[in-house]
Structures are given as C-alpha cells and as structure tokens.
Design a protein around this ligand. Structure first.
Ligand SMILES: Cc1ncc(COP(=O)(O)O)c(C=O)c1O
Length: 429
C-alpha cells in the first residue's frame, strides 16, 4: 500500500464528503518520510545526526549572542525560538492554542490539534490547496475580503461565487445557499464564513445565526460542503444580541456532508500582526485516524512551501497564552475597540442618508457604508486623499470601509465629518 492509499482510507471512511471535496492536489499530498520526518523519529537519540541545524551537539542552538540578546528570552524559550519548529508547529503552542479556542466549548465537540500556519493567509492558502482547484465553486457573501480571490481563484483556478451579504440594508443569513442555488446538486463546494466579517464588521444575532445554520444544513443535503470558518476577528463583538462564539463549533457533527474547518490565529486575536502565527483546525479528535491523515497532507504542503513555520513568534505567542491574565489583556483590547465602535456608530447617525448609509455593524474592526447611487467609492476615496487628509478603503460597486480599529475614538467624528464633506462635494459636480 502506498502512503497515499494509507491516507485515503481513514479520510474516505470517516468523512466521504471530505474526501469528495478534496482537490486533485489535496488528494495527492502526503507528508514525505524525508528529513523532518526522520529527524522527528530520532529526537532524544544519544547520537542524532539527522537534521541540518547548527547546534552544540547536544540539541542547543549555537546562537549568535546578538540574536539571542535581542530576543531577551530565558534560555529554554530562547533555544526553542532559535531552532527549527516541527512542520506542524510546536506542540506546546498547539496545545495552548487549542485550550484557548475551546474556552467555554462543550468537551464532547471534537477538534484536532491545530496546525500552525504562517498567519491566517497561509491557513487559507492551505485550505485552498486542499479544497480549491480548477472550477471548484468557492462561495462567499459579497462584499468580501478581496484576498480570497487571490488565494482561491488566482492561485488554484477555483470559481468565486457570490450572493449579497446584505439585502435592503440588513444582514442576509442565507447568502451562501442563495449563491449555490445555480450549482448542480451533488457537486462539492466550499463556503467561506468570515464572522465577525471583513469588510462588514458584522456578527449575526441569535436569530440570524440560527437561520444561517439552518440554511447551511439544508445545503449539505444537496452536496458535500466544506465550510471554512475564517475566524480572524474572533471575540471582537460589541453587542450582547450577537453571540461571540465561532460558528465552527455549531457546525461540528451536524450533518455528514458538512465539514467545518477553522482558520484563526494570533494576528488580530492577540494583536500580534507581525508574528504571523495562524492555525488550521479540523473537526476531528486529535488521535483519530482522519485527523492524522489530514495532518500528513497539510504538513506536506507546509513543507513544500515554507519549510516549517516560524519558531520565534510561536514562542512569543506561547508566552502570551501562558500569562495568567491573558484573557483580561485580550478583553482590554476588545473594550477599547468597543468604545471606538460606539463613538463611530454615534457619529454616523448624523450623516445625511442621501449621501450614504451605514450597513449594520456590531463587531470586528470595520464599518461598511453603502454610498447613494451616483457616488463612486473610488472617486470619493481619491477626493478624501487629495483634499481632506483622510484615508478609507473603497470597495466596488458602492461601498467604503472605515477601519475604526486604527483610529483614535476622539478622531472618529472628524473622520466621519470629512467623509461626508467629500461625498457632498462628489454630489455637486
Ligand atoms: C477576513 C480576514 N482573513 C484573514 C486575514 C489574514 O490574516 P493574516 O494577517 O494573519 O494573514 C485578514 C487580514 O486582514 C482578514 O481580514
């Protein structure tokens, strides 16, 4: 039996839908039994001449003092930061992130040991390699974070299929099944669920959430459906009516044809943007054969593209995860953004609805505004740069996005004022 056959069986047995949804690339990858594999097997050997890592001969790095001093870590952490990470990530970091993800989650819900990725973008690219590919439908409510186009469409040839995330100014929880209505029954599809959303800054309320789940389960009656939960903004929710918990947990084990996959990480959750520590998590117990088979596939892709993830930033994230007051620290950031959210919401109330209207927002880092017809978002953006010393993001055909996460609360009313002025000028031309 080849290594590929060995991986096929546990996946196809435990989740035929997941096997059906794998791309040709996803099917053919398997972690090769080469250097990292053999080095891992030799760990702890008295004489270990496996890996091309420069050490003192007893497992410790021959660190340049200039690098070690810059890290300012105690010795064990410094050693771990300077040596190669395992391809799947440092075990302690994975275990600590798993505990972090599972705060308040029912113990009975299975989830794998998260695999470490180089930021969430890399986690999404790995998911694209596994489940994308030529012609595959990737469904995403629009407007969406534009990089999905590159990650799934440009890189793998998948087709981006959209439906409106908002209808008549309210959130549309059925966007994914609506977008899939025209796709032939039985054809596997991938849906991206990015909540809290970018660019929307929205987390569904309890009733919207249940409509969304019902819609996805109904869609799974029609086809194998992989739901990628892009939880970049996990936890950043400012209204009690919207449960903050990731939809990943609500989708596990709900339908044999529906496989949720979680992509998250330290980027926004820990304000550790430059660290590039992301995670990819499957809805299976760590010791299960299917989790191990998927891990082998992901490790093959990681090894082929980045070799192994960055050890240094994993060690830093681990230190943060082990801090006794880490939850309070994360909560302090959320509260600070929550105040900006309130100030922005208030400021937007005074904007002339003949110019633009804010779409509902209650979470994450952004507010999305829909411009009145006749106003072009890109022209408005250019005018704000040229005349009003103000930067926002334009999104076609009719939106601008304000990132309140990067503006002081006290500056937000003036930003809104300038935005409105720029729009008024666009009107009179
Ligand atoms: C929705 C969403 N997903 C993923 C990412 C990428 O995160 P990272 O910087 O960790 O690659 C972002 C970053 O802006 C994002 O907004």
């Amino acid at each position: 039996m080849t290594e590929l056959d060995r991986l096929r069986e546990p996946i196809a047995d435990a989740s035929p839908a997941l096997w059906a949804a794998l791309s040709p690339l996803g099917r053919r990858v398997a972690f090769p039994p080469d250097i990292p594999f053999q080095a891992a097997e030799a760990r702890g050997m008295r004489y270990n001449g496996t890996i091309g890592q420069i050490t003192d001969g007893a497992g410790r790095p021959l660190a340049l003092p200039a690098v070690a001093e810059a890290l300012a870590l105690e010795q064990a952490a410094s050693d771990r930061a300077l040596l190669y990470s395992p391809v799947q990530g440092i075990l302690e970091v994975r275990a600590a992130w798993r505990r972090w993800q599972r705060r308040g989650v029912d113990r009975a819900l299975p989830s794998s040991q998260p695999l470490v990725t180089v930021g969430l973008t890399h986690g999404l690219a790995l998911a694209a390699d596994l489940f994308g590919g030529e012609g595959r439908a990737i469904v995403v409510p629009a407007p969406f974070w534009g990089n999905y186009r590159q990650t799934f469409g440009v890189r793998t040839g998948a087709r981006i299929v959209t439906a409106p995330a908002y209808r008549d100014g309210t959130y549309n929880p059925l966007a994914i099944p609506e977008a899939l209505a025209g796709e032939p029954a039985g054809a596997p599809a991938v849906a991206i669920l990015n909540l809290p959303s970018n660019p929307g800054g929205y987390m569904p309320t309890t009733s919207e959430r249940s409509a969304l789940l019902t819609g996805l389960l109904a869609e799974a009656e029609r086809r194998p459906l992989v739901v990628l939960c892009d939880d970049a903004y996990a936890g950043l929710v400012y209204e009690a009516e919207a449960p903050a918990r990731s939809l990943f947990w609500d989708l596990i084990g709900r339908h044999p044809q529906l496989v949720p996959v979680k992509i998250d990480g330290g980027t926004k959750e820990f304000s550790f943007f430059g660290g590039r520590v992301g995670f990819l998590t499957f809805p299976f117990e760590p010791a299960s054969k299917i989790a191990q088979a998927l891990e082998s596939k992901v490790k093959c892709l990681v090894r082929a593209v980045v070799g192994s993830p960055v050890a240094t930033s994993q060690v830093l994230l681990h230190q943060a995860l082990m801090a006794p007051d880490v939850e309070e620290q994360v909560e302090a950031v959320r509260r600070r953004l929550g105040r900006r959210y309130l100030v922005l919401r208030e400021a937007l109330q005074s904007v002339d609805s003949g110019l633009m209207r804010p779409l509902p927002f209650n979470a994450g880092c952004f507010a999305l505004l829909e411009l009145a017809s006749g106003l072009d978002p890109e022209a408005l953006r250019q005018r704000l740069l040229a005349r009003h010393d103000t930067g926002v993001i334009s999104i076609q055909p009719s939106y601008v996005r304000i990132a309140f996460c990067s503006v002081k609360a006290d500056d937000l009313p003036e930003l809104v004022e300038r935005l409105a002025r720029g729009a008024r000028e666009g009107r009179v031309r």
